[in-house]
Each structure stands twice: as C-alpha cells, then as structure tokens.
Design a binder for this molecule. Sequence first.
Ligand SMILES: [Zn+2]
Ligand SMILES: [Zn+2]
Length: 120
Amino acid sequence: MRATVSSDPAEVVVDRQERILLIAWKDGHRSVFSFDDLRRDCPCASCDDARSKRQTGGGLSVLTGPILKRGETQVADYHAVGWYALNFTWNDGHDTGIYTYESLRAKCPCEQCSKKGKAG
Ligand SMILES: [Zn+2]
Ligand SMILES: [Zn+2]
C-alpha cells in the first residue's frame, strides 16, 4: 500500500538554538530545514527576482539589505498564515516570504525524499 504524502503539519517547531525548522507531518514523516536554506530559498517575489538575476549573471545585482552569511541566519519572528503557510521575519529584517506547507513538504531535504525525487 502506498502512503499518501501529507502536506498537513501535525507539529511545527522553530528551534532558534539549533537554527532549524522541524515539521512533523500528519502522515508521520518529519522534515528538518535549516534557517540558512530557508532564507536562501525565500519564495517572495523580490528574492525570486534576485535569484534569477544572479543565475543569468547579467549586470550587477543591487543589494537591498545586509547579506547574511551561512551560519548567521536567525528567525526574529514567525507566525502562521492561515492554515496553509508560515511567515518568517529574518534577522536581516526581511519578512515577505510565505512558506506554504505544500512547498516545504515538496522540498523536504531528508535522504528518503531526495531519493524518491530521483527515482520518480
Ligand atoms: Zn524574500
Ligand atoms: Zn523527507
């Protein structure tokens, strides 16, 4: 029997000490995301824009705020957005990223999920 992948969180833990976001899903799976990765993958429009500019390598990128090095990313504040997403305020003041549970589940970095992605 195939287990259905759930994007409903049973438990969400924001651990500022370890700098990780831990989500226990309703299907029993657990995902651990580092703040560094979450900040880097911020889904908001301006970060998306900055990332695609960086990829095409065209021109100089305009820096709009302090750049956090890996290991320095910290959550200043966070709250749930309805029942479907999380919003973080990072310690660089950035707070426009809405992280949906669906997208978080889809990019679960655990070994099991990354294997599944490759095998199809
Ligand atoms: Zn952003
Ligand atoms: Zn996983």
